[in-house]
Design a protein around this ligand. Sequence first.
Ligand SMILES: [Cu+2]
Length: 160
Amino acid sequence: MKRRLLTAFAAILLLTSMMLQTAYAALPVVEVYKDPNCGCCTGWIKHLQDNGFTTNVHNVADTASYRKKFGIPATLGSCHTATVGGYAIEGHVPAADIKRLLKEHPTAIGLAVPGMPLGSPGMEAAKKMPYDVLLLKKSEQKTTSSQDVSQSVFHHYDAD
Ligand SMILES: [Cu+2]
């Protein structure tokens, strides 16, 4: 009898710890690569943290080399580049879109907000610009140029 109770107790403990692990695993750590003097990058990092993400910031001299390594075409570049849950995140991508990406889990390189549009997270401004969050995928065509990345609009943000 006592033994059975102990077994039940152990099972409950195991279940609880599994549930806790799932809760923590819900948002993987964002590894951010930025120039040490980039202010708007810091603004974006704060936006991620305010939305429940844990960040690991790497101050690097050459973000372009990381961009290349993560498969982001230079033409779609911004001020910082990041990885999360096996995806690349380029520029001022809103946290809500990163969460959607992780939830929907498409086969993709990741998301990009090219340039630095005013009004995007970390680029707060009185007047907002319209901008797109792009979903980047490896193109079917087997070429060796940066053209082998296809892009589609993941989320469009309107101007004010
Ligand atoms: Cu920026």
